[in-house]
Every structure is written in C-alpha cells, then in structure tokens.
Ligand binder design. Structure first.
Ligand code: GLN
Length: 483
C-alpha cells in the first residue's frame, strides 16, 4: 500500500479492502519508525489524524467519497491549518497554533483527505537544502549524507521514504521542483494564480505558488484538481473555469514539439545530470516528440534579479513578525522598540536576516531605481524570452538542478553557491509559468536526477500529459529508496 498510486488507494478504500483509519495508521507507524532519522516532519498529531480518518471512513460508508477521500497526505508547514502548530520552519512561529485554515488546507479537507502532519522546510521557505530550518536539516532518503533539497525538503523526503502518499509544497524559486528532483519525485508548480495563496505564509508574494509533490504525474494531476481554483480571499487568484488536470494524461505525444534551451545545457551542468536528462529527451523522441533548439538569452540574469525581488518582497512580508500579536517574543526587553529588536533578532535565523537586510537595502531611497526597478525590468525581459520560445515549441525541457543532491553542510556556508542551485528553476517563477520535475535516472553516488518540464501559461494539463506518457514508458518514478 505504501507504493500504491492515489487511484489505487481510492479504489482499495472504495472496495473496503482497507479503511482510512488502517491506511493512516500504516503511515503513522512508518513516520514513528523512520522520521527520527529523516526529520521530514515537524508536527505529527496521531489523534487529529485518526479523527479525520474516522470522518473519512464515515463519508465513504455513506457513499459520498470523492477521488481523494480517506487518503492520507502531508502538508508543508507553511500552510496555516486550524488547530495545528504552523511554524514555517522558524523559531519565530514555534509557538503559533493557527486559528484558521489556508484555502489549500480547506480544499483538501473538503476532498476528504487525511492530514498526517506538517512537514519540515527551510525557514520561511528560504533555502535550497532544508538546512535553514529551525528544526534542523532533512536527510535525503536515498542517502543520509545528502540534502533533501529545499525549501519543501520535508515534503519531498516524506513522499520519497513513503511516510505519506503525497504532499503539498510551495515554489517561489524552485522549492517544489528542486527537492522533487533531489528525492526522485514528481512535483509541479502551477501557473502563478492558479492555486490560492490565502493562509500560505508569504515569502515573496509575486512568486509564491503552491503545488503537489507525489510519486507520479497522475497523482500530481489528482492533487492539483483538489488544490486549484479561484479564491476571492487572494487578490492574485485567477478567475477561470475549473479544469480537470487529468483529462489529457493518456494523449499520445506524436507531434509534440519540445524546446531545448541552449542555456540549460551549458557550463555548470554536471555530466551525470546531463547524461540522464539527454537520455530522457531521447526517450521523448521515441515517443513521437520532436525537439527544437531554442534560446532564453536573459536566463543568466534570473538568479541576480530574483535575489533582489524576492528579498525585497520578503522584507516587507516579514515585517508583521514583531512579537506583538503572535509568534516569538523576547523574554527580557526594555521599551517597545527594544522588544521588537530583540524578538526579531532571536526569532529569525541567519538566512532570513540576510534576506531582510538585502530587501530593505534594495528598497531604500537612492537604491530603489538601481536595484529593484532594474530587477523588475529584467523580469520582464525573462518573461518575454519565454513568450518568444513558445512560438516554436509546446513544452521546454532541461535539467531541474545542475547537480544531484549535494552533501549536508557542503554549501551551507556559501550563500551564492546555494543560490545557484536554483539556476534552472527561478526564471519560471519570474515569468509566472508552470513547471514540473520528474525523475529520469540516477547520477553520481546513486542519487536521483530530475527532468524539468516547463509549460506555457495554463499548460499544466499538457505538461502532465507529457510526464505521464514518459512514466508509462519508464520506471524511474517507481523506484523507491531502501527501507
Ligand atoms: N532556493 C530559493 C530561495 O532560497 C527558492 C526557495 C523557494 O522556492 N521557496 O529563495
């Protein structure tokens, strides 16, 4: 059951082969056994989980179940969930019990899924290795010496180690795709505005987007069906008719045009990753697709532009954490200003402070034009590169990450090296496009490699179709780490 697809789990539940309580118990037992070494979960609450599972069983017994009813999933600890500790990986929120549900949580509740717990993450989603978490790093289930990727590293490790059937993640610059690649999973970042950000703790609001992390494209499609949709409580949520993201999964790929950006296969890409990605692209040709060389000339500017825009927005978003209404408050302080200073100094970790300082600097008088405005112009050029590229192809493919998972501690002391691990993913967020990562082999030390698939705006169904057809013809996505 731990390797079963969401469809298989739903069928087993509908056929009464097992109950939701039994399924949840199976995963809870694995979490109890394996999580102490992996550190994928920040919070587990057996009673809450079993209460949800009992409710799902009752709903199934009434014949009112949907495609996900009774299925246990895990949520990144960035989503506010009523009654659950919601920390965002930070000491700042280490005492915060959310009084309400994020829209994503609300939708999964309505679908009847069962929450197994809240997963570990980089502090306020800032990081690419899960090492900035106040709760400690997450280990990669494929190799305990390796990082799980970040910032949704807990979700990635939890799915990969089969501690949950699927999980939610968020992606501001690559945080779904990169950990999915490093842990051998399928993960999807939707078009900006497709999934509501209400109740999802804000990092960089113009880039943040939630999406599914699962074992296959088919599972991601079912998860996205539950997550997506207009929400009046998020002003950037798009008002569009509901879609069935699984509708095109089986379509043949004959005639599909895949764009290969030369910038994705240039200097900086490890040979082992290049080899696996090229083999996957060859497999697509066998499936009937054709490839065309394209160029994204401004892609090299995406990391510098992102590290102006994202910290600028973060410095503003994180100003709400002042120790007054909720969150960490310093135990000893003098006046009000001292309370703010001490609470923030103690509550935030080093990476978050670095971003707040950079963001405050680039937004300050005299520097705004030189940095922030300039970065916004570059952002526009990057988006235009993609518009040009999609004139000659349907999907873009390349590596998700320049290397397989690196060792814990390897980049922790060098922020620029860490920032460069998102070199292939960040441009997609800047343009607001959908992107996904699927497993396509193994590289050095037997660590997983991810193939990135980038779609045009609202191209989720087409990306999922391409991913699914590849997964019908390969078995990388079925491989699971030992245990
Ligand atoms: N690694 C990038 C950062 O540190 C992206 C993180 C994310 O997508 N949340 O900002």
């Amino acid at each position: 059951m731990i390797n079963a697809s969401l469809k298989e789990l739903a069928a087993a539940l509908a056929a009464k082969q097992l109950s939701s309580v039994e399924l949840a118990t199976l995963f809870l037992e694995r979490i109890a056994r394996l999580n102490p070494a992996l550190n994928a979960f920040i919070t587990v609450d057996t009673e809450k989980t079993l209460t949800m599972a009992r409710a799902a069983d009752a709903r199934l017994a009434r014949g009112e179940g949907g495609p996900l009813t009774g299925i246990p999933i895990a949520h990144k600890d960035i989503f506010c969930a009523e009654g659950w500790l919601t920390t965002c990986g930070s000491k700042m929120l280490s005492n915060f019990i959310s009084p309400y549900d994020a829209t994503v949580i609300e939708r999964f509740k309505a679908a009847g899924t069962v929450t197994l717990g809240k997963t570990n993450m980089d502090e306020f989603a800032m990081g690419s290795s899960n090492e900035t978490s106040f709760y400690g790093p997450v280990k990669n289930p494929w190799d305990g010496a390796a990082v799980s990727g970040g910032s949704s590293g807990g979700s990635a490790a939890a799915v990969s180690a089969r501690l949950t059937s699927a999980a939610t993640g968020t992606d501001t610059g690559g945080s779904i795709r990169q950990p999915a690649a490093l842990c051998g999973l399928t993960g999807l970042k939707p078009t900006y505005g497709v999934v509501s950000r209400y109740g999802m703790i804000a990092f960089a609001s113009s880039l943040d987007q939630a999406g599914p992390m699962a074992k296959s494209a088919e599972d991601c499609a079912l998860m996205l069906n539950a997550m997506a949709g207009f929400d009046a409580r998020d002003s950037t949520s798009l008002e569009r008719p509901a879609e069935d993201y699984a509708r095109d999964l089986d379509k043949p790929l004959a005639g599909l045009k895949i764009g290969l950006p030369q910038e994705f296969f240039a200097e900086g890409l490890s040979a082992d990753v290049a080899q696996a990605v090229e083999a996957a692209i060859a497999a697509y040709r066998t499936l009937g697709a054709t490839t065309v060389d394209i160029s994204l000339p401004n892609m090299k500017l995406s990391v510098p532009a992102y590290y102006v825009i994202a910290p600028a927005e973060a410095s503003s978003n994180l100003s709400r954490f002042d120790g007054v209404r909720y969150g960490w408050r310093a135990p000893h302080y003098g006046d009000l200003a001292d309370m703010y200073c001490k609470s923030r100094a103690q509550g935030f970790g080093a990476e978050v402070k670095r971003r707040i300082l950079i963001g405050t600097y680039v937004l300050s008088h005299g520097y705004y034009d030189a940095y922030y405005l300039q970065a916004q112009r570059i952002r526009r050029l990057i988006a235009r590169d993609f518009v040009e590229a999609f004139k000659s192809c349907d999907l873009i493919m390349g590596p998700t990450s320049p290397s397989v998972a690196f060792d814990l501690g390897d980049k922790a002391g060098d922020p620029v090296q860490m920032y460069l691990s998102d070199i292939y993913t960040i441009a997609v967020n800047l343009a607001g496009l959908p992107g996904m990562s699927i497993p396509c082999g193994f590289g050095l030390q037997g660590r997983p490699v991810g193939l990135q698939i980038i779609g045009d705006y609202f191209g989720e169904a087409r990306m999922l179709n391409a991913a699914h057809r590849y997964q019908l013809a390969s078995d990388w996505h079925r491989r699971a780490p030992a245990q």
